[in-house]
Design a protein around this ligand. Structure first.
Ligand code: AKB
Length: 316
């Protein structure tokens, strides 16, 4: 990667990835884009509506990029509330981005998700290659997206790559409209109130990952030798499998009086129950050396420290 266009650059992954890419590849070699400009863009920024057929193509051409990292998408709970909009953004945006990559001969990354699995998928140690019959619009989009990326690689030779992200946890930009968002909220509430009401029930396990590991995974996969990649797209990756009570246990090591109660949201609970408890990431380890550095305790120490500092900064 030498010059990179990032779509969805103001989102949970995009905001941190853009900074990291700029640090690694140079300020002027990373073009951030989103549907709306931020108030004070800190580097090159383009307004792109990914559903408009040519906007990604035009920006990629204008800046002569060699890579597109396509992140613009609706997350699972939002997609369930607005399924048709999700189809238009998640699928329409993806095909437009892939077309730009095809026309301009660009490398391409887009994330899939644990949401690409469904209730008939093996729930524990879910294999890389397995049954995928998701029951959510988000999942339908993700499976179709995985197949579409495979298709653009085999049919047109586009260098498409991707991972299935678990729930991503970060203190920088909040996620919006996901099922795993509770695993971010719980840390903020631990600092602000010493208590959290979880919309996901006790005993509901899902895979999770701290953002630094997710960003490293994207860069490592994009820089991997293509000859080593048998799967290319939709690699299972994970750092931990956890239910709300594991977060409580980890937080109580730092905030001993932290309290939890439960008011389960039936929509997000049903989505969570249709996803695996834990996925197997052996293919990612074998094919491009994926590894996660943060387990739940190390992540918790860092999250709580960074959120405390952030709250102090914004209140002073
Ligand atoms: C969501 O909850 O929708 C996302 C995901 C796991 O893809 N965080």
């Amino acid at each position: 990667m030498k010059k990179i266009l990032v779509t969805g650059a103001l989102g949970q992954i995009g905001s941190e990835l853009t900074d990291k890419l700029r640090g690694t590849y140079g300020e002027d070699n990373v073009i951030a884009s989103d549907i709306r400009s931020p108030e004070n863009p800190s580097g090159i920024f383009e307004e792109i509506d990914v559903t408009k057929e040519k906007e990604i193509y035009e920006a990629a051409k204008k800046y002569n990029v060699d890579t597109i990292i396509h992140l613009a998408a609706l997350l699972s709970a939002k997609a369930e509330a607005f399924p048709k909009v999700a189809w238009e953004i998640n699928m329409g945006g993806l095909v437009n981005a892939l077309e730009a990559a095809k026309e301009l001969n660009l490398k391409f990354f887009t994330p899939s998700s644990i949401g690409a699995f469904g209730p008939s998928t093996p729930r524990d140690n879910t294999p890389q290659d397995t049954l995928q019959r998701p029951t959510t619009m988000y999942g339908v989009n993700k499976v179709a997206g995985e197949l579409l990326c495979d298709y653009y690689y085999s049919r047109f030779g586009v260098d498409t790559r991707g991972v299935r992200f678990p729930g991503l946890i970060s203190y920088v930009t909040p996620p919006g409209g996901g099922t795993t968002d509770y695993a971010v909220e719980i840390y903020y509430e631990a600092i602000r109130k010493g208590a959290y009401t979880s919309y996901i029930a006790q005993g509901t396990y899902m895979d999770m990952m701290y953002m630094p590991d997710a960003l490293n995974a994207i860069i490592k996969l994009m820089e991997a030798d293509p000859h080593q990649l048998k799967h290319r797209n939709a690699f299972n990756i994970t750092a931990m499998s956890a239910a709300p009570e594991q977060f409580v246990e980890a937080i109580r090591k730092q905030v001993p009086d932290f309290k939890i109660d439960y008011q389960v949201d039936p929509v997000r609970q049903a989505i969570a129950e249709s996803w695996p408890n834990s996925i197997n990431a052996d293919a990612a380890k074998e094919e491009w050396g994926f590894e996660a550095e943060y387990d739940i305790d190390r992540m918790t120490v860092d999250m709580l420290k960074k959120i405390r500092e952030k709250i102090k900064r914004t209140s002073s």
